[in-house]
Design a binder for this molecule. Structure first.
Ligand code: FMN
Length: 417
């Protein structure tokens, strides 16, 4: 859709008394999603690490920049397209990989896939999705997609995930390196809620041939849980979510075995650069690292043949008081060759945030929580509405700043307060 049509439509619908369903103001979006979701689910999406200083750093970093629009430099049409490896983007947005989207919507990943196709915005399919990558790519059809990998303790399983990503025609692999263990997330801890232990968000595992073999092996150790009515309800939920009938799952205990094996192999605390070299040897697809926040790490990544970096602090969910992704982008950009692909993730709340990140050297940006809240409010239509707002606002900002295409976005358009 022509982005300016979206703007006109909003006002014209207003004449018929129809208001936007997805709040344009981020704080209102959060509170509408909060009303729509169970507490544990909302908190899981909302929470950051510790006191949430890292979360707020992400957004306050954008406030440090003022825009210096250029006048009488206008044009009637814009080009917001950009190519990253073989992925042609019509607008510089990607959907950040978000696990356990079933917390926001029962068909989360599939609804997102529909929005991705409608909008032509690629999805980065999460390692912790609630649907297998095969099911998600069936819905995506020809739409471009990338796969986000978490390195687990079992190399054969990681190799199988990479192979499946290639078979399902994902066009890049994104390895997330900031989650070698889970961050200290106060709200989830207070709720004593981790969806994976209920069998949610482990579909890439339970659909994998290597994992299916692994889960039949005895786990090295596990903690017994107190048998309470809540445990019975939760385990029945896990049995019904798992592929196969409730009865056969009850007899085989496969869902319980899968959860235990997942807990045993999930994440690799000793992840290191040899593992990055190992992934490079296993795939011809472009490899991006998500979670780099320092230029020295970025340089090492380049030396290891990594094709691009997603500058990210995981939405402040891992390390409290963490540097904002935007500040990290500026430091990294200043130290590496101009042509090396840097993408920005964490803290994008509006089209104007995207404008600033692109001026500071990001080739494109990842949107996270805003699309998850929109999914919770109105499924794929909610995501489409949210992203059309982002695209249109970016378009307007470019037109009002005298910019014709993304190449013309530069630090020269900004001043630091
Ligand atoms: C609920 C939730 C689940 C997430 N799951 C993943 C994941 O599976 N893999 C991953 O690399 N990042 C994951 N992330 C991080 C996002 O990819 C992204 O870095 C983050 O949402 C950016 O911050 P923002 O949403 O505040 O902009 C998750 C984030 C949230 C909020």
């Amino acid at each position: 859709m022509d982005p300016l049509m979206h703007l006109k439509e909003i006002y014209l619908k207003g004449n018929s008394g129809i208001k936007p369903i997805i709040p344009l103001c981020y704080e209102e979006l959060e509170s509408k999603a909060k009303k729509a979701l169970p507490k544990n689910s909302y908190d899981y999406i909302y929470t950051g690490a510790g006191k949430h200083i890292g979360v707020s750093n992400n957004q306050s970093a954008f406030k440090k920049y003022a825009i210096r629009p250029r006048m009488l430099h206008g044009n009637a049409s814009l080009d917001t397209s950009v190519k990253i490896f073989d992925t042609q983007l019509q607008s510089p947005f990607l959907f950040a990989p978000i696990g356990v989207l079933e917390l926001a919507h029962p068909k989360g990943d599939l609804e997102l896939a529909k929005a991705s196709r409608n909008l032509q915005i690629p999805m980065i399919i999460s390692n912790q999705a609630s649907y297998s990558m095969e099911a998600i790519t069936d819905t995506l059809q020809n739409m471009d997609r990338w796969f986000q990998l978490y390195f687990s303790k079992n190399y054969e399983f990681v190799e199988s995930l990479i192979q499946r990503a290639e078979e399902t025609k994902c066009s890049a692999i994104v390895i997330t390196v900031d989650t070698t263990i889970l961050g200290w997330r106060q709200m989830d801890l207070q709720n004593a809620f981790l969806p994976f232990t209920l069998g949610k968000g482990i579909a890439q595992y339970t659909s994998d041939p290597v994992f299916k073999k692994l889960m039949q092996q005895k786990p090295s150790s596990y903690n017994k849980m107190a048998i309470t009515p809540a445990l019975i309800v939760n385990m029945l939920g896990a049995l019904s979510r798992f592929p196969g009938s409730l009865l056969s799952n009850l007899v085989s205990k496969d869902p319980i075995k899968a959860i235990r094996k997942f807990i045993e192999i999930y994440s690799k605390p000793d992840l290191n650069w040899n593992d990055i070299r190992w992934i490079k040897s296993k795939t011809k697809l472009p490899l991006l690292i998500k979670g780099i926040l320092r230029s020295d790490d970025a340089k090492i990544a380049m030396q290891h043949g990594v094709d691009g970096i997603i500058v990210s602090n995981h939405g402040g969910r891992q390390v409290d008081h963490v540097i904002s992704s935007l500040d990290a982008l500026v430091e990294i950009k200043s130290q590496i060759p101009a042509s090396y692909p840097l993408l920005l993730d964490s803290g994008i709340r509006t089209g104007t945030d995207a404008f600033i990140a692109l001026c500071l050297g990001a080739k494109s940006v990842l949107v996270g929580r805003p699309y998850v809240y929109s999914l919770a409010i109105n499924g794929h239509q909610g995501v489409t509405e949210c992203m059309n707002n982002f695209i249109t606002e970016l378009h307007i900002m470019m037109m009002l700043s005298g910019v014709k295409n993304l190449n013309e976005l530069s630090p020269e358009l900004l001043v630091k307060n």
